[in-house]
Design a protein around this ligand. Structure first.
Ligand code: ATP
Ligand code: BTN
Length: 252
């Protein structure tokens, strides 16, 4: 069940059977100016999306495909680190159901046992200088197997194989209980309020990694994130900062 605080923040809840992309649908609503405080869940997506044109495989029933529309009074700089903070909120929701071995992979994944369990996709809409509208998209695997999974080109994992019998509706409610207050408070508290929690769950802390941009690659050791959520890469005794959106991180 929703907490009173989440209930107050949630203006509309939309439950769909099948859509192309819940993020796409909510972005349209944000553009029409009526998406603030709206959450949309879809049983299946025919064109679920990840970052930079990639696909989020979600044509099967049972997964959690959630988007939340939110409007901030202020510029896009308010959202720095938000995708990492969303990861912390998801980890907290999963902890309520005693899901073991949850880790966060910079900048936008939830991992479990060295595999990807969930992804976060933030998409922006409208005027980014004054009033900033964002759609927070979350895809979490529940019941993914067989044919669908063949399309995924990296190690993935399903919630049922980690902890069976979790009530999906209760988990979905818990996600909203954590995410809606986060969105309300984020302009005030920023990533600083989530950094320690993020670092405690860092999948790649102290590990050799490779960062790849469109036309360049860097290798080194991942040594955490700074106060803005930028990844810190240590190479040749120096620290270099990377911001989400520019690069992909892989084990070296
Ligand atoms: P990065 O975020 O570091 O750039 P990423 O590979 O996680 O890398 P994203 O765009 O965040 O890239 O996520 C999309 C990717 O997630 C897809 O290219 C695919 O590898 C993977 N993926 C797609 N569907 C699923 C799924 N259901 N479960 C796990 N992983 C998936
Ligand atoms: C990623 O790892 O790149 C992010 C995947 C985000 C998937 C979710 S599922 C709900 C929402 N709708 C989409 O089309 N994408 C996000």
């Amino acid at each position: 069940a929703l907490d009173p605080a989440a209930r107050e923040l949630l203006r509309e809840l939309i439950l769909c059977d099948e859509v192309d992309s819940t993020n796409g649908q909510l972005l349209l609503r944000m553009e029409e100016g009526c998406g603030h405080g709206v959450a949309m869940f879809a049983e299946r997506q025919t064109a679920g999306r990840g970052r930079r044109g990639r696909t989020w495989v979600s044509p099967f029933s049972g997964g959690i495909n959630l988007s939340i529309g939110w409007q901030f009074n202020g510029g896009v700089q308010l959202l720095e680190g938000l995708s990492l903070a969303v990861g912390v909120a998801l980890a907290r929701a999963l902890a309520e159901f005693e899901v073991p071995d949850i880790r966060l992979k910079w900048p936008n994944d939830v991992w479990c046992r060295e595999r990807k369990l969930a992804g976060v996709l933030l998409e922006l809409s409208g005027d980014l200088t004054d009033r900033c509208a964002v759609v927070v998209g979350i895809g979490l695997n529940v019941g993914l197997r067989g044919d669908s999974a063949a399309a995924i080109d990296q190690p993935w994992i399903d919630l049922q194989s980690v902890r069976a019998g979790i009530d999906r509706n209760r988990l979905a409610a818990s996600m909203l209980n954590h995410l809606l207050p986060l969105l309300r408070d984020y302009p005030e508290c920023g990533f600083g309020a989530y950094r320690e929690a993020w670092l405690a769950l860092d999948q790649f802390a102290g590990r050799p990694v490779r960062l790849q941009s469109a036309n360049q690659a860097w290798t080194g050791t991942a040594v955490g994130v700074d106060m803005s959520g930028a990844l810190i890469l240590e190479a040749d005794g120096e620290h270099k900062l990377f911001h989400g959106g520019e690069v992909s991180l892989r084990e070296a």
